[in-house]
Write a protein that binds this ligand. Sequence first.
Ligand code: ZN
Length: 277
Amino acid sequence: MTALKRLLLIGGSVMALLASGCGSEDGSAPQSSETPVTEAPKVTTTAEAVTTVSNTTQHPVKEAAEYGKVIALTFDDGPNTTCTPKVLDLLEQYGARASFFVIGDNINESSAEVMKRAYDMGCEINNHSRTHSYMNKMTAEEIKAEIKYTSDLVEKYTGEPTRFFRPPYIAVNQTMFDSIDLPFINGKGCNDWEDKVSAEQRVEKVLAQAEDGAIILLHDQAANFQTVQALETLIPELQKQGYELVTLTELFYAKGIEPKSDSTPIIYSNCMQETNW
Ligand SMILES: [Zn+2]
């Protein structure tokens, strides 16, 4: 683990400010996170059942034992009509699924259509706050309002509330863990919000951190085409290495783990971690 991660839970209320990316703005709102991801869904093989599953795309689509090595690609700071569709095109091309942590204030009629497309492809729409502010400086009421705004909008357009939360700037404190009823997600990143990090460097960094159960932190910010370029290599390479690219819900489900969404101060970069370091 990194020194940055080690910083995360040191201290009392203000736990950490990790310079972990997200150089833009967004928002979101959560709901109950009581989705029993460790509960096996009923899987049948009829065409009718398959259709039903595809209409509830945030659910795992097969038995946990059918998963092998899994990785969750996650994208922050959308949705938008420029970069997000290109990410979706690649996911579609390779039959991969991912999780999008959207900013509530980025959701409008046009970007919502892109978000709905992601959802309909089997991707997961998650919560990255409403305004993309430092939430460790907010009151509990302000924190809850940020989460609820985005979750309500996501539910309006997809029919499902958000299931996971990624704190803007990975800045967290205990008030946030107490106030947000969703599992907190960090991830293994490659500083892909920095223009100076080339597509090739993004590929190398992600591949170096690839492991079973890993959560990869990327950004589908409006002009982040270097990450799109990196994905053109990354997705097929990870698949070639035997990884199935799944949603966060699937990731935890595949490993039989129920992510903590209570006040426990844990923020996941791998679904199998038990502490932050
Ligand atoms: Zn962000």
